[in-house]
Ligand binder design. Structure first.
Ligand code: NAP
Ligand code: ZN
Ligand code: ZN
Length: 347
């Protein structure tokens, strides 16, 4: 066992504090990673607050991890000491079910092992990336291309893949009209990817406060959802809507923006059930869908796509003692566009 420095939530209501976590000994198929940066995903906050259900405290979250391989097990073939690597939201899966065999481990029929707050193979609760080191099975470790700066790469491991995957699945590209709802961590990546894929991109944000940024990130149009005219002006005008909002929305209002056969994909994960009138779907044979992160193969594809297209995340680098303040700012939609923690400040 390796005892490493970390930050953890002691409960749903107390601020995160410095602590240590135990990492297992490096097994034959494991790699030990010295973490350089860890992104703050809104999912970390939902989890720590217990909004998605009870969790065991103390809990170390963080599933946007980049760093260097410092030790490998004797059967490791994919990674070597010194490699730049990343770890996202999963650290294992059954590898045998239909989803795993299709490379869609995020939909493992036996439940994937999440990077934090999940029961690991040895029965322990997984602890995430707000720490100095992590031990992960080599199959769930990604290669981070040299051309992407480390800190700007970290959020790709969740915010990046979570938006890339539905854009690819629903074939965003030349000739398609894509709307991105919410310009936060996921939203700003959705705009960059949709633009790089050749789609016409519209941001639907609560206000016009971030309009200049949205256009710089690659949006063609920018509208405030606080203005009721937005919903009449844009009625029936999108082929694909990617909703990244962390809070409940009036789904019928947004579904009314879909063109014939259009799809609205929810990647935002509010804890509440959301009402929806089926008649809204009838009026244009539209679909309401969900999408969860992406498989390991597609995550590597996304990282390589970023390297090829010069895409990375816009980040605000912080020290570990600023995590609690960063959480407050994320909750206030005051993030441009991802907080990333310098792992050298964990202790
Ligand atoms: P984030 O950085 O906080 O961005 C969310 C954005 O939603 C905000 O910046 C804001 O954008 C908008 N928003 C927030 N509250 C709102 C409200 N009450 N009404 C309308 N708009 C609101 O969060 P994130 O890290 O991108 O994550 C977004 C959601 O995706 C979270 O629920 C997270 O758990 C979930 N998630 C899901 C997956 C998956 O696999 N499906 C993966 C990662 C994260 P504007 O200021 O532009 O309006
Ligand atoms: Zn995440
Ligand atoms: Zn499986």
């Amino acid at each position: 066992m390796l005892t490493v420095s970390a930050y953890a939530a002691p409960s749903a209501t107390d601020p995160l504090v410095p602590t240590t976590v135990q990492r297992r000994d490096v097994g034959p198929k494991d790699v030990l990673i010295a973490i350089r940066y860890a992104g703050i995903c809104h999912s970390d906050i939902h989890t720590v607050l217990g909004e998605w259900g009870p969790v065991q405290y103390p809990l170390t979250v963080g599933h946007e991890i980049v760093g260097e391989v410092v030790e490998v097990g004797d059967q490791v073939t994919r990674h070597a000491v010194g490699d730049r690597v990343g770890v996202g939201c999963m650290v294992n899966s059954c590898r045998e079910c239909e989803s795993c065999r299709a490379g869609e481990e995020q939909y493992c029929l036996n439940g994937n092992v999440g990077t934090y707050a999940s029961v690991d193979r040895d029965g322990t609760i997984t602890q995430g990336g707000y720490s100095t080191h992590i031990v992960v099975d080599e199959d769930f470790v990604l290669k981070v291309p040299e051309s992407i700066p480390y800190e700007a790469a970290a959020p790709l491991l969740c915010a990046g893949i979570t938006t890339y995957s539905p854009l690819r699945h629903w074939k965003a590209g030349k000739g398609s009209r894509v709307a991105v709802v919410g310009l936060g961590g996921l939203g700003h990546m959705a705009v960059k990817f949709a633009h790089a894929l050749g789609a016409e991109v519209t941001v639907l944000s609560q206000s016009l406060r971030k309009k200049e940024d949205g256009l710089r990130l690659g949006a063609d149009h920018y509208y405030a959802t606080s203005d009721p005219a937005t919903f009449t002006d844009l009625a029936r005008s999108f082929d694909l809507i990617i909703n990244t909002v962390s809070a409940p929305l009036d789904l019928d209002a947004y579904l009314g923006l879909l063109a014939l056969n259009g799809t609205m994909v929810n990647v935002g994960a509010p804890p509440e059930a959301l009402p929806l009138h089926v008649f809204t779907l009838f009026s244009g044979r539209t679909s309401f869908a969900g999408s969860s992160i992406g498989g390991i193969r597609e995550t590597q594809e996304m990282l390589d796509f970023c390297a090829e297209h010069g895409i990375a995340c816009d980040v605000e680098l912080i020290a570990a003692d600023a995590i609690n303040e960063a959480y407050e700012r994320v909750l206030a939609s005051d993030v441009r566009y991802r907080f990333v923690i310098d792992a050298s400040t964990f202790g």
